[in-house]
Design a protein around this ligand. Structure first.
Ligand code: TXD
Length: 309
C-alpha cells in the first residue's frame, strides 16, 4: 500500500519538529513547505540524513512551491507568527489571518481532497477562518490545541504526584486562550480522580499552571513560543487521522447544535479518524464548568468579530 502524504505548511519550529516526529514514527511521507526559499528543503534534507541513524524509511522533502501540496492526504498549517513575551495569542490575529488565508487558497487549489489541520494562533479563530475560506465540510477541518493543553495538564499532574505520565489522563476544553477550561473532574490517574490524590489547593495550582503554560514557555524562551510539545501533539493528531485510529482527543471542531452552540470552532472531545472529525462527544458539564466553557466561547466570538468572516 502506498504511503500517505502529509504536508506541513510553515517549516518553522512547530512545523519542522512535527515533520521529525512523523518521520521517526514512520506515519507518512512528509512535504514541508515554507515561503522562505531553501529553508524547508534544508530542514527536510537534514531530517533525511538522520534516517539511516534512526532507521525510518519515509520520505521527507521540502519546497517553497505550493504545487508540491498535490496529492496530500492531510495538510497541516503551522505558518504564521509566534508570540513573543508580553503578547497574547490574540495579538497575532491580523498578520496570521492574512497568512492563513493565502495558504488555504493554495491548499484548495492544489489538493482540495485533503483534510486540514490548523495550528496557527489565535487557534480557534484561525480554524474558523480557514474553514470559511476553504469551503470544506466542517468535519474535514480541525484545530490543534486541546491535545497540547491536555498534555501539559497531564505533565503537571505527573510531576506533582511523582507518577508516570502514562497513567495520567486529562481533558482541557474550550478555546486555546486564557479562558481555556481544564476539567478537574475528568482528570484521573489510572482511573482515580485527581481530587482524591492532591489537595484542593494543589489541584487549583495545577489547573492554573495549565492555563498559563504557553506563556510560561514564552517568557523563558523570549524569542518565540513552545514547539516540542506542540509538534508532538500535531503528530499525535496526524497519526490518528492517517492510521484511522479513532482516538478521542480534544480538538477545535465545528460545533453547531453540539454543546448548544450555533456554529463556532472550539475545543471539545472529538473522535479523530480518516474522515477527520468523525464525532463530537458531548460530555456532561456541571454548572461551574459550563459557565467557564461559555465564557471561553464568548472570548472566541469576540475575537472572531475582529475578522468579520
Ligand atoms: O497549540 C497551538 N495551536 C500552538 C500554536 C502551539 C504552538 C505554536 N502555535 C502557533 O503556531 C504560533 O503561535 C504560530 O502562530 C504558529 C507557528 O509557530 P512556530 O513557533 O513554528 O513559528 P515560526 O518558527 O516562526 O515558524 C513559522 C513559519 C516560518 O518559517 C515562516 O517563514 C512561515 O511560517 N511562513 C509561511 N510559510 C508558508 N507560507 C506562508 N504564507 C508563510 N508565512 C510565514
Amino acid at each position: 500500500m502506498a504511503r500517505k502524504k502529509v504536508s506541513i505548511v510553515g517549516a518553522g519550529h512547530v512545523g519542522s519538529h512535527a515533520a521529525l516526529w512523523l518521520a521517526l514514527k514512520e506515519i507518512s511521507d512528509v512535504m514541508l513547505i515554507d515561503i522562505v526559499e531553501g529553508m524547508a528543503e534544508g530542514k527536510a534534507l537534514d531530517i533525511m540524513e538522520a534516517a539511516p541513524v534512526e532507521g525510518f524509511d519515509v520520505s521527507v522533502r521540502g519546497s517553497s512551491d505550493y504545487g508540491d501540496l498535490a496529492a496530500s492526504d492531510l495538510v497541516i498549517i503551522t505558518a504564521g507568527l509566534p508570540r513573543k513575551p508580553g503578547m497574547t495569542r490574540s495579538d497575532l490575529i491580523g498578520k496570521n489571518a492574512a497568512i492563513v488565508k493565502s495558504v488555504v487558497e493554495q491548499v484548495v487549489m492544489h489538493c482540495p481532497q485533503a483534510l486540514l489541520m490548523v495550528v496557527t494562533n489565535p487557534l480557534d479563530v484561525m480554524v474558523h477562518a480557514a474553514w470559511k475560506i476553504s469551503g470544506l465540510p466542517p468535519e474535514r477541518i480541525v484545530g490543534m490545541a486541546g491535545a497540547l493543553d491536555s498534555a501539559r495538564l497531564r505533565a503537571f499532574v505527573a510531576m506533582e504526584l511523582g507518577v508516570s505520565v502514562e497513567d495520567v489522563q486529562a481533558m482541557v476544553i474550550g478555546g486555546h486562550g486564557d479562558e481555556m477550561v481544564p476539567l478537574r473532574r475528568y482528570t484521573t490517574v489510572s482511573g482515580i480522580p485527581v481530587e482524591r490524590l492532591l489537595s484542593p489547593g494543589k489541584v487549583d495550582a495545577v489547573m492554573e499552571r495549565t492555563k498559563k503554560a504557553g506563556g510560561e514557555i514564552v517568557s523563558l524562551l523570549k524569542t518565540g513560543s513552545a514547539f516540542y510539545a506542540p509538534s508532538a501533539c500535531v503528530a499525535e493528531m496526524a497519526e490518528a487521522i492517517i492510521r484511522d485510529k479513532k482516538r478521542i482527543i480534544p480538538c477545535a471542531a465545528y460545533c453547531k447544535g453540539r454543546y448548544g452552540l450555533d456554529g463556532v470552532f472550539v475545543g471539545v472531545p472529538v473522535r479523530l479518524g480518516e474522515r477527520g472529525v468523525e464525532e463530537i462527544i458531548e460530555i456532561d458539564l456541571d454548572t461551574e464548568e459550563r459557565k467557564a466553557f461559555d465564557n471561553s466561547v464568548a472570548a472566541i466570538k469576540k475575537l472572531a468579530a475582529e475578522l468579520k468572516f
